[in-house]
Design a protein around this ligand. Structure first.
Ligand SMILES: NC(=O)c1ccc[n+]([C@@H]2O[C@H](COP(=O)([O-])OP(=O)(O)OC[C@H]3O[C@@H](n4cnc5c(N)ncnc54)[C@H](O)[C@@H]3O)[C@@H](O)[C@H]2O)c1
Ligand SMILES: [Zn+2]
Length: 371
């Protein structure tokens, strides 16, 4: 005899949330946290951000009579792993965190990805807010709900989609950010321009000096425009079925470059070089005209990509096979088919697959730097 008992779990979810962008957001944050009325707020941050911002935020929360605590881990991608998650969860337990508590992810993308993951698994999930403190985290990683950690064998292999309750982007935090980190974020913003917003790209071309001087109006403009692009794509395709893949322009090659360099090349720089290579592939295939290619090349280089930097020496024609092999590990790849997001023009991209569109190896070989 066979009995079939159905568990009906169909429900409508509203995962909407606000992203507040501005400066001196302390009051907004404190008012919100009081209103959210969680039993406790635990700041999860790295040691660098703790010293710069975390201890101050904790003191301010306490002064505002908001029950709070702080847990930190050593900064860096190499600590974005499950061991760090376990350590943080133990600390949370020791500090009396319960299911009604809320995690505050304060830091760059590494913190956001780990803290969001911790919030999603701790006691089967507690809520979390994002307070991104690097440019990259402000325009990219804090939005869209991808959280997770790395395995030795690959980046972001353990993870899930978990949307934050709210995101607070305070541009004042960028004052202490090293220029190299500003450049990492800028690479993703240029990417947003190339995939969806010609005007944003042009604005950066004209105002790069102001951006590097960290002028508030320039920072606000590029952050707001970037966030709008990412949120529009995420709204249409929360779980990355197709459209969201556009956000991966520069990443198929970029991730492989990061891995090839043993992560000495940071994400933003990998993406920057990836964008150059993928734009050159598009040009070779007759999809992108040479003038637009030149503009992309110039802007990416002006925004901090120094291809003569020693770490980029690992990326050359001799390493092509390794590079292509690494591309097969890309999460977008499927059954030996590598997906590329290729620009048709500044502001417009298309998705191509290596098998169907027959465009791998030779195209990549053609455009790889020959240093
Ligand atoms: N979830 C997503 O959708 C998504 C998207 C893009 C990238 N990511 C992930 O983001 C990570 C990279 O993030 P990142 O570039 O922000 O790096 P990061 O988090 O390592 O931060 C870079 C460095 O800057 C320091 N820092 C942070 N804020 C600072 C400030 N205000 N002033 C001075 N120093 C500061 C950090 O302590 C760290 O040492 C990668 O792990 C990547 O996989 C995730
Ligand atoms: Zn990226």
């Amino acid at each position: 005899m066979v009995r079939n008992i159905r568990v009906k779990l169909k429900y409508k979810l509203d995962n909407s949330y606000d992203i507040v962008i501005g400066e001196n957001l302390d009051k907004v944050i404190f008012n919100d946290l009081k209103r959210f009325a969680h039993s406790k707020y635990v700041i999860v941050t790295d040691d660098v951000t703790r010293k710069l911002l975390g201890n101050k935020l904790l003191a301010a929360l306490k002064k505002n009579k908001i029950s709070s605590d702080l847990v930190s881990f050593t900064a860096g991608e190499k600590n974005k792993n499950i061991a760090t998650v376990t350590k943080i969860c133990r600390e949370l337990l020791r500090k009396g965190t319960d299911r009604k508590s809320c995690v505050i992810a304060l830091g760059g993308g590494v913190v956001g990805d780990i803290a969001g993951f911790v919030a999603s698994v701790f006691m089967r999930g507690v809520e979390f807010v994002q307070i991104p403190t690097t440019l990259l985290a402000m325009v990219d990683s804090s939005i869209g709900g991808k959280v997770g950690v790395d395995l030795d064998s690959g980046k972001n292999i353990l993870g899930m989609f978990a949307q934050p309750k709210k995101v607070y982007v305070d541009i004042n935090f960028l004052k202490t950010l090293p220029t190299s980190e500003l450049e990492n974020g800028l690479a993703e913003i240029i990417k947003h321009g190339i995939i969806a917003d010609k005007r944003l790209f042009e604005y950066i071309e004209k105002n790069l000096d102001k951006i590097f001087m960290r002028k508030k109006d320039a920072l606000m403009r590029i952050i707001v425009d970037s966030v709008k692009i990412k949120k529009t794509i995420v709204e249409k395709d929360e779980k990355e079925s197709l459209l969201r893949m556009k956000l991966n322009f520069g990443h198929t090659t970029g991730h492989a470059i990061e891995a090839l360099s043993n992560y000495k090349i940071k994400h933003g720089k990998g993406v920057a070089l990836g964008m150059l290579i993928e734009s050159r592939i598009a040009n070779k295939l007759g999809m992108l005209n040479s003038f637009e290619l030149l503009r992309i090349n110039l802007l990416v280089r002006r925004a901090g990509l120094d291809i003569h930097d020693d770490v980029f020496k690992a990326v050359n024609k001799k390493n092509l096979n390794k590079l292509v092999l690494l591309m097969h590990h890309d999460k977008k790849a499927f059954k030996g088919d590598i997906r590329f997001i290729l620009p048709l023009a500044i502001g417009k991209v298309t998705i191509k697959s290596s098998l169907k569109d027959n465009l791998i190896k030779e195209s990549v070989l053609d455009v790889l730097p020959a240093w």
